[in-house]
Design a protein around this ligand. Sequence first.
Ligand code: ADP
Ligand code: MG
Length: 319
Amino acid sequence: MIKFVDVNLEYEKNHKAIDNLKLNVNDNEFLVIIGPSGCGKSSMVKMLAGLIKQTSGNIYIDDKLIDNIPSYNRGISFMQQNAKLYPHLSVFKNISLPLEMKKLDKNTIKLKVEEIAEMLSIKPYLTRMPKELSGGEYQRVNLARTLILDNDIVIFDEPLSSLDTNLKVDLRYDIKNLHKTFKHTTIYITHDQVEAMSLADRIVLMNEGKIVQIGTPLELYENPINTFSASFLSKMNYIKKDNYILGFRPSDVSLDGDILVKVIDKEIIGDKLNVYGTLDGEKIEFITDIHEVIGEEVKIKINKKYYFDVESKNRKEID
Ligand code: ADP
Ligand code: MG
């Protein structure tokens, strides 16, 4: 188990990039860290990997304090954000380098490289140079050289953010399967909600150096603790009432109710219809499977309601 205990990080005095972080990462789990740009995601894993040192607090792996253990002895593989391959080395050499540094014999290295290359569908490219690879192939090589050492802990910092949608989906699927095979304790950073929801055992949602909420994808979707969490992982509509804010998800609406909504636009998404409308002067969005929303007004029912405090924006109960 990895443990962050009251960890703080200040790059500049009196500005906390990481603010009193407490977090346990379980063995073999796939933990996704998500949050807006600049919220401290990369800083957090750089401390774990030993690339930067926290200002205060402690980090443990299996109850062993690692703060003074050098990066290369922590048993962690780390694919950094925007990681570059060595441009003057072949794909094979790029992948084998970590094994060569460990002085493994040539045959073992060849077998291991071919094995991981096979798993990532890059075997035909082993003799190529990095500049001869497409974006997707390049990231596959990056993943291969990260996984080659078979360390128990693997960190990926936004490995797919440079790729377009179709490639992202393919690689996401492969990453999920690699985790099923190797069962490494995996920390995966992204700012992509779909990636987080589809890969994570648990999601850690961060903002401004702090953890906002931790839970399974479903827990965060169904039970967000505040409006930030509700909106970060999926769409939530908000209607201001006198002493609370009413929230509802676009998918929690049906057309058999008595709340009058003026339809202002609609778009077909697959076999569903995304409808935009106004309710109490607020722009709202909901999903229906009826393609013809007839007329200017529809009557909706909100099947699941969330209530938030006007000031704190935290969830609250209404009687
Ligand atoms: P994220 O990965 O979530 O985008 P980072 O961990 O890279 O966020 O950065 C968190 C905060 O720390 C940001 O405000 C960023 O500007 C600041 N920061 C990151 N690296 C440094 C650095 N080397 N020196 C000073 N400030 C930094
Ligand atoms: Mg980052």
